[in-house]
Design a protein around this ligand. Structure first.
Ligand code: FAD
Length: 481
């Protein structure tokens, strides 16, 4: 990669890609650097990704608005945007509809594009199906076969879709089985006769159960443990300092120290949530110091409990869920499917404990899978095959350097490829929510445009790029795929 990249491709226009593109343009403006950002995603919208594409008013952010600013250095940015959009309607403590957040992200990028800097954004509505190293950086191959050469690329691919390996083969291709409830329009196509079985009892299940629940239909939700996400407190909590834990301690000592810290916070602040939330600044450090065996132990034994307490649901969602459970329209239990036989008008389910269920449809609410080797994505599969990327040793996402650069397989030189967001969970553990992603996007822009003083002056290789002109022309005349 040249020292000062001037064309950066960002693959994925969800929150991670949109924030990265905005940060790159913002930084280019500050440096008065001539930069092209190519944001590539087949989605018709920009900013929504999976989480914010929903239009359902009851699908709320699970983080208060006051913590959802796009910019870590402007913490009130989102709340101010909300105030401009609907004066007096929201405070920073509110859990606002997710659809609003998608709108906000699109606006954040539009504002960065229209800013005073010389940077340009090209939005390409295509899937990236391959990436290879070149003398000048990387060349991406698009679904249409066109090539997009760039000095560097950021893979903002988001959460891998849910895993389907647990699905009995007879059910896998049935129209009564929905493999990913966040596929646009998928819930509307679900057969509407009969009860529905949701597999998974986490955040996705809560949203989907509240969407599907109605009089005359039972929504049953099962998972191995049957644990529901905990609700946020009804009113804001005061903060506690993080516990002082030796990062070199083993998992058992850390667990004991955390439990005693949480008990202490319950005594001093009246709520266990204060203890969990106080861990944010130290979570990654503790995770990174665990031995591989202890990391595996945590993922196997502690992860479910951690997730249900760390990733909570808004109080309004918790109340709505409780009302539906009390009315008998939603049932939550532990259970594991061992067999499923779709018939013409139902699916007959057998659970491990011998119980049987008859439902009209089964929805996979197990949440994103972590193992990139199971992703059905030609780009990721190609990177793993060529050794330009490797799975993280923990099994969570891709193996990355501290700056988010993809770690290649042994003996392969690193390519100019970076990632952020959910694919960095192996390195950081917590890397899925906006408060983490916005920091990564900010840091990534700084890394990619690192040569602050020299950037504008050292842009000598224009001929190394596709000729200028409209984006379509540039793509068509780029390197052949
Ligand atoms: C239902 C749900 C609700 C959530 N709610 C919150 C919340 O309230 N607050 C919070 O902080 N976090 C929330 N999250 C966490 C969420 O992970 C982040 O907030 C954020 O949306 C992640 O954005 P992303 O861009 O990394 O991923 P995604 O939103 O998954 O976007 C990835 C994008 O990459 C594109 N893409 C993938 N592969 C390719 C390819 N090969 N070529 C081109 N494009 C590609 C996809 O089309 C997609 O648009 C939620 C997550 C989910 C799933």
């Amino acid at each position: 990669m040249p020292e000062t990249p001037r064309r950066i491709a960002v693959v994925g226009a969800g929150a991670s890609g949109t924030l990265t593109a905005a940060q790159l343009l913002r930084r280019a403006a500050a440096l008065q650097a001539d930069l092209e950002v190519w944001l590539v995603d087949p989605a018709p919208t920009t900013g929504d990704g999976v989480a914010y594409a929903t239009t359902a008013a009851h699908h709320l952010l699970n983080v208060p608005a006051g913590r959802m600013s796009a910019y870590p250095d402007a913490p009130h940015h989102f709340v101010r945007w909300l105030a401009r959009r609907a004066p007096g309607a929201h405070t920073g403590d509110d859990y606002v509809p997710r659809a609003l957040y998608g709108e906000y992200l699109a606006d954040v990028l539009a504002t960065a594009v229209s800013g005073p800097g010389p940077g340009h954004l090209h939005r390409v509505h295509e899937r990236v199906v391959g990436a290879r190293r070149t003398d000048h950086g990387v060349t991406l191959t698009l679904g249409s076969g066109k090539a997009l050469p760039a000095d560097a690329a950021v893979l903002a691919l988001g959460n891998p879709p849910p895993c389907n390996v647990w699905v009995p083969p007879a059910l896998r291709h049935s129209p009564r089985y929905l493999p990913d409830p966040w596929t646009p329009g998928a819930l509307e196509r679900l057969p509407c006769d009969g009860d529905v079985l949701l597999v998974g009892t986490g955040l996705t299940m809560v949203d989907i159960a509240l969407t599907l629940s109605r009089t005359g239909r039972a929504v049953q939700a099962i998972s191995r443990h049957g644990l529901l996400p905990q609700p946020h407190a009804e009113s804001p909590l005061s903060a506690a300092p993080p516990p002082s834990i030796d990062p070199g301690a083993d998992i058992r000592r850390i667990r004991r120290a955390l439990l005693s810290h949480i008990s202490a916070c319950r005594r001093t602040h009246g709520d266990w949530r204060v203890g969990i939330d106080s861990l944010r600044p130290v979570t990654t450090e503790l995770w990174q110091h665990l031995s591989p065996a202890d990391q595996a132990h945590f993922l196997h034994h502690d992860q479910s409990l951690w997730n249900t307490h760390r990733h909570r649901i808004p109080p309004a969602s918790a109340r709505a869920l409780r009302d539906e459970i009390d009315a008998g329209r939603i049932q939550v239990a532990s259970g594991e499917i061992t067999d499923a036989i779709p018939t013409r008008d139902s699916v007959q389910i057998r659970l491990r404990d011998g119980r049987t269920l008859s439902v009209g449809a089964v929805v996979n609410c197990t949440g994103p899978q972590a193992d990139v080797r199971r992703m059905d994505d030609p780009l990721v599969a190609g990177l793993l095959t060529t050794g330009l990327a490797t799975p993280d040793p923990t099994g969570l996402g891709l193996h990355t350097t501290p700056s988010g650069r993809l770690n290649p397989a042994d003996g392969t030189a690193p390519a100019a490829l970076w990632t952020l967001g959910p694919l960095r969970r192996g390195a950081l553990l917590e890397s899925t929510a906006v408060p983490e992603i916005r920091v990564q996007a900010h840091a990534l822009a700084a890394t990619l445009l690192a040569s602050e003083s020299g950037l504008h002056m050292s842009l000598p290789h224009r001929s190394a790029f596709a000729p200028s002109g409209p984006p379509e022309h540039q793509l068509a005349s780029g390197e052949p795929a």
